[in-house]
Design a protein around this ligand. Structure first.
Ligand SMILES: *[C@@H]1O[C@H](CO)[C@@H](O)[C@H](O)[C@H]1NC(C)=O
Ligand SMILES: *[C@@H]1O[C@H](CO)[C@@H](O)[C@H](O)[C@H]1NC(C)=O
Ligand SMILES: *[C@@H]1O[C@H](CO)[C@@H](O)[C@H](O)[C@H]1NC(C)=O
Ligand SMILES: *[C@@H]1O[C@H](CO)[C@@H](O)[C@H](O)[C@H]1NC(C)=O
Ligand SMILES: *[C@@H]1O[C@H](CO)[C@@H](O)[C@H](O)[C@H]1NC(C)=O
Ligand SMILES: *[C@@H]1O[C@H](CO)[C@@H](O)[C@H](O)[C@H]1NC(C)=O
Ligand SMILES: *[C@@H]1O[C@H](CO)[C@@H](O)[C@H](O)[C@H]1NC(C)=O
Ligand SMILES: *[C@@H]1O[C@H](CO)[C@@H](O)[C@H](O)[C@H]1NC(C)=O
Ligand SMILES: *[C@@H]1O[C@H](CO)[C@@H](O)[C@H](O)[C@H]1NC(C)=O
Length: 492
């Protein structure tokens, strides 16, 4: 195994050093300086948990890639679903790390720790649900390094680490079994990843005191929950929450049975043990994850089921978030809060606008609570509509499409690309990069702190609408949160 990696790394290194732009047999490389194998050292990172050998390749010669980096499972005081269900050799999580090729342990580059959701692949029907998904996303991530467009590229200046924060399979974000006391298992994975990155990233060229934990959608929900659960030693220094859904914490005071979802799946798969939750769970542990995953994917009955919301356990998920805010039990550190113009795009523009109000008010309320605690928040609204991303008009600036701009992967979407689209992506990367390096520096780019008490309701940046960036106000965007006769701003 080790030998395979070394050979692969040598091959990758060799092809990258050749850097051929013409077919090999036409090239005249006489001009090249003598090479040595001393660069080898650049690709090797020794950490307490092992030696990692990264690679460079000719597609992304400026990037050191470390794929499949294992980080330990969060060690829980009690047994969890994972520790009981998973064979020991699977008790690891895998992440990926990309660094600029020049990074070494003295570089102290800002770290972007991105919490992503493998189900994305599922949603887009683009990649099978397997580890291949990670590799596919690695490709689209690293695509940002590809210097084919003018301007600065965010990822050439930062360490990019990512972990799959939400697990598929039996690793449902929240298995919702009555027999489990710990339900927020994904959150514990985020913690494990953050601890690993905090302890090891310096060796890869990162600055452990400058880690931005961030995520989009479910990843945003987890980033948000993380700030509530780990107020004292958050290890990350800033927290960016991109398009957080309205709530992922279940309201247990609702009459409905929060454990029913698990029962539905269990019964269907032949694990009906009546009231014996322990037996039900044990039976489910014996069912193949493939079968469980397939069943959940195909299920469209009533009541609907979900395993991506959380039952509050008052330890890792709190039923009363405003109480945590009032008590100031929130991780310190500046953050970004953002939404897209059509978070819940559908052909029914009325319901799209209604949903937009809910999503936007989540960001507005959170920012206001943070402000009361003296925590800095910068907000943006994504309003770009570009035909290669959003080919039909009702889609608009839909959920997730802002990430294509931040990652630079918009250029992989098929269709014509306008100058505004290119400029917007560069602008968004510039703002995120500035925030990563030093949040206080973004005011220099024209990104004001969001102050809900401003006369205009606070400043928010809008990206991609008419020009790469301009200001909009809280009075304009958030007014429907307090005035129910106003509609969500889904048309700018
Ligand atoms: C290759 O390039 C070198 C200079 O870099 C030149 O002197 C030499 O003539 C070239 N050889 C061929 C075959 O073109
Ligand atoms: C290896 O590191 C040296 C500095 O230590 C740097 O000059 C060189 O560009 C690096 N090599 C690669 C292939 O990145
Ligand atoms: C790390 O990189 C910097 C700048 O590229 C270089 O000056 C320094 O010598 C390198 N340090 C090591 C230990 O390779
Ligand atoms: C370089 O690495 C990326 C991502 O790991 C991969 O998609 C791409 O195919 C590689 N390029 C080559 C030429 O191997
Ligand atoms: C859950 O908590 C109860 C009460 O504290 C305890 O008796 C039980 O053993 C716990 N179950 C598990 C699976 O940890
Ligand atoms: C949440 O906590 C706050 C502050 O203690 C309290 O005022 C509020 O009533 C609580 N909300 C619920 C739904 O219990
Ligand atoms: C569109 O959504 C609105 C609000 O949710 C709803 O009242 C209306 O019936 C929907 N229209 C159609 C055609 O489904
Ligand atoms: C937004 O408005 C502020 C004034 O409050 C200004 O300083 C800043 O440059 C504006 N930002 C942009 C991107 O135009
Ligand atoms: C709510 O918005 C409506 C429509 O713009 C406006 O007429 C009304 O004055 C607003 N109400 C408040 C309390 O601002």
């Amino acid at each position: 195994m080790a030998r395979f990696f070394i050979i692969a790394a040598i091959l990758a290194w060799a092809t990258s050093v050749l850097g051929l732009s013409e077919p090999g047999y036409y090239a005249n490389l006489t001009w090249e300086k003598p090479r040595t194998l001393s660069n080898w050292a650049n690709l090797t990172v020794e950490t307490p948990s092992g030696t990692f050998i990264g690679f460079l390749n000719d597609t992304y010669p400026n990037v050191r890639q470390f794929l499949r980096v294992p980080y330990a499972q969060y060690v829980s005081s009690t047994s969890t679903m994972w520790s009981e269900y998973e064979p020991t050799n699977l008790l690891i999580n895998l992440g990926e790390i990309w660094t600029p090729a020049y990074a070494n342990k003295t570089s102290k580059l800002p770290v972007a720790l991105f919490c992503y959701w493998r189900r994305w692949c599922d949603w887009w029907n683009r990649c099978p649900i397997s580890d291949a998904a990670t590799v596919d996303f690695a490709v689209s991530r690293t695509h940002c390094y590809h210097n084919q467009l003018p301007g600065q590229y965010l990822w050439q200046y930062v360490i990019w680490a990512q972990v799959s924060c939400l697990k598929i399979l039996m690793k449902l974000p929240d298995p919702k079994s009555r027999a489990l006391n710990e339900t927020s298992l994904s959150l514990l994975d985020v913690r494990a990843a953050t601890e690993w990155v905090y302890e090891n990233i310096e060796l890869f060229g990162g600055d452990p005191e400058n880690i931005m934990l961030w995520g989009q959608s479910q990843g945003a929900a987890l980033t948000h929950l993380y700030t509530i659960v780990f107020p004292d030693e958050p290890l990350a220094s800033h927290f960016s929450v991109i398009s957080r859904p309205t709530s992922v914490t279940l309201d247990v005071t609702d009459a409905e049975d929060v454990y029913e979802d698990f029962d539905i799946v269990a019964k269907a798969l032949g694990c009906n043990y009546g009231d014996d939750a322990e037996a039900e769970l044990n039976c489910m542990r014996g069912i193949s994850w493939v079968q469980i995953e397939e069943f959940i994917n195909r299920y469209s009955g009533l009541p609907s089921i979900s395993f991506s919301d959380y039952i509050p356990d008052e330890r890792y998920t709190f039923s009363n978030e405003s109480k945590r805010y009032l008590e100031g039990k929130i991780a310190k550190g500046p953050g970004i809060r953002s939404d897209t113009e059509r978070e819940s795009a559908s052909t029914n523009l009325t319901s799209t606008a209604e949903a937009e109000v809910e999503w936007d008010c989540v960001a507005a309320l959170d920012t206001t609570r943070r402000y009361a605690l003296g925590l800095d928040t910068y907000r943006y609204y994504w309003g770009g509509k570009f035909t290669n991303i959003s080919p039909v008009s009702w889609l608009g600036a839909f959920h997730w499409s802002d990430l294509l701009m931040i990652f630079g992967t918009y250029s992989k979407q098929v269709g014509p690309i306008s100058q505004l689209e290119i400029d917007t992506s560069i602008t968004m990367q510039d703002f995120i990069l500035a925030f990563l390096k030093d949040p206080a520096s973004v005011s220099g780019l024209g990104w004001d702190l969001f102050d809900p008490h401003d006369a205009n309701g606070g400043q928010i940046l809008e990206f991609g609408k008419g020009n790469p960036v301009h200001n909009i106000t809280g009075d304009y965007l958030d007014a429907p949160c307090w005035n129910s006769s106003l509609k969500g701003r889904i048309n700018g």
